[in-house]
Design a protein around this ligand. Structure first.
Ligand code: PMP
Length: 410
């Protein structure tokens, strides 16, 4: 079902069948959207339809069914490219954001980096945007510089400027939106500054695409990665955007079928363009499901989604502000709908267990951000993360359950 431009979260909610299920016998209140989002019926239908009618391997089939699959796969790439405002040749399908960053670090950065070159990251990065760079740094002798965070969870821009202005800096890889703090980084300004210093920019968009309308022409970043499953699409499909002129410089890091031109035991030549980076049978159904999710979102005004999620966040804060010992992590004014917090004397896992018993799905732990946990001085936080289908009732249920839990555990 497609939606009108007017944003109505209660109508949207009806498009997501899983939200009607129970959790521990209570109505499910799903507040773990930063981990993965739920899927609208149209995305689920697109998978069923594909496997019922069009399934075939892509690329070399001459029969009609194979052509159908090929056309759908191509059309999915076109949909994703036009949604990001880039060309389809600049889209590489991956399994997700993690594989995307591994691709960029291995195929672009590794051949380019020399001993002493600098890769700039920040303290708010997900392990997916740390570990691949550490591996590449180890192989090349490059150094990693880490931009510290200020008290409110924003980047220390003066330190960032200092790093960017070093002649040794080659690559900046940061998240667009933090999965723990909700911080929306001012990436347009940062990208401009990086480019003035000749530094290439990789943006981890895993947490931005579900909340913000991203226009990559406008942002002008060199690389952008995200995962379909955080954007109402299936798991196992993701996207790397790489600027055309950079794709031609990149070296494949995975070899196999579909990425070659000629293979012999004397040597192999590779296919041109983005195809060189899609070795093996791709996740055709996943790409089609991602295009279905994007078509679904095309009917929704993202400014209204952002405003709605901000209202939910503000209400959460207001309803919890008098809990003694509660600390919210990430307090920038421009923040996505992510509420990470701790309560003195209460272990986040105990809190989440009590919330679960009331039907409420939240996440606790280090959120794959152990360096950030070290920075804020905790082992784990509790986190409620909102999406377009959450309501004020969800917020009330969550905050009331937190208050009851505090009485039990405090
Ligand atoms: N970056 C950020 C900011 C994330 O939140 C996540 C997922 N939590 C990832 C990268 C990795 O995404 P995936 O596990 O889907 O590859």
């Amino acid at each position: 079902m497609s939606l009108s431009k007017a944003f109505d979260h209660s109508k949207i909610r009806q498009d997501f069948p899983i939200l009607a299920r129970k959790n521990r016998g209570k109505p499910l209140i799903y507040l773990d959207n930063a981990a993965t989002t739920q899927k609208p019926q149209c995305v689920i239908d697109s998978l069923t339809h594909y496997y019922s009618n069009n399934n075939s391997n892509v690329h070399r089939g001459v029969y009609e069914l194979a052509e159908d699959a090929e056309n759908l796969y191509r059309s999915a790439r076109n949909t994703i490219a036009s949604w990001l405002n880039v060309s389809p040749e600049e889209i590489i399908f991956t399994r997700g954001a993690t594989e995307g960053i591994n691709l960029v670090s291995n195929s672009f950065a590794k051949p380019l980096l020399k001993k002493g070159d600098q890769i700039i990251l920040s303290e708010m990065e997900h392990h997916a945007n740390i570990v691949p760079w550490q591996m590449v740094a180890k192989d090349t002798g490059a150094d990693i510089k880490v931009v510290p965070l200020l008290e409110d969870g924003s980047l220390d821009r003066s330190k960032l400027s200092e790093f960017l202005s070093s002649s040794k800096s080659a690559i900046l890889s940061i998240c667009h939106v933090s999965n723990v703090l909700g911080t929306v980084n001012p990436v347009r300004e940062i990208i401009k500054e990086a480019h003035q210093n000749g530094v290439k920019v990789v943006l981890d968009g895993a947490q931005s695409v579900p909340h913000l309308k991203v226009d990559l022409q406008e942002l002008e970043c060199d690389f952008f990665v995200f995962s379909g499953h955080k954007l109402f699409a299936p798991m196992g499909i993701g996207v790397v955007f790489a600027k055309n002129e950079l794709i031609t410089e990149m070296q494949p890091y995975q070899g196999g079928g579909d990425m070659i031109d000629q293979v012999s035991f004397q040597g192999t030549t590779f296919a041109n363009g983005n195809q060189r980076f899609e070795a093996g049978t791709p996740n055709v159904a996943g790409a089609i499901g991602l295009a279905a999710a994007i078509n679904y979102l095309a009917g929704i005004d993202f400014h209204q989604v952002d405003a709605h999620e901000k209202k939910l966040l503000t209400q959460t804060r207001n309803e919890l502000h008098d809990i003694e010992g509660l600390v919210e992590y990430g307090t920038t004014s421009d923040k996505a709908g992510v509420f990470s917090f701790s309560i003195a004397g209460i272990h986040p896992h105990d809190l989440a267990t009590l919330l679960d018993a009331e039907g409420i799905a939240t996440r606790t732990g280090h959120h794959c951000c152990q360096p950030l946990m070290q920075k804020i001085g905790v082992d784990a936080t509790a986190r409620a993360s909102f999406s377009l289908y959450n309501s004020m009732d969800d917020v009330h249920a969550f905050t009331n359950a937190v208050k009851r839990a505090v009485k039990i555990l405090g």
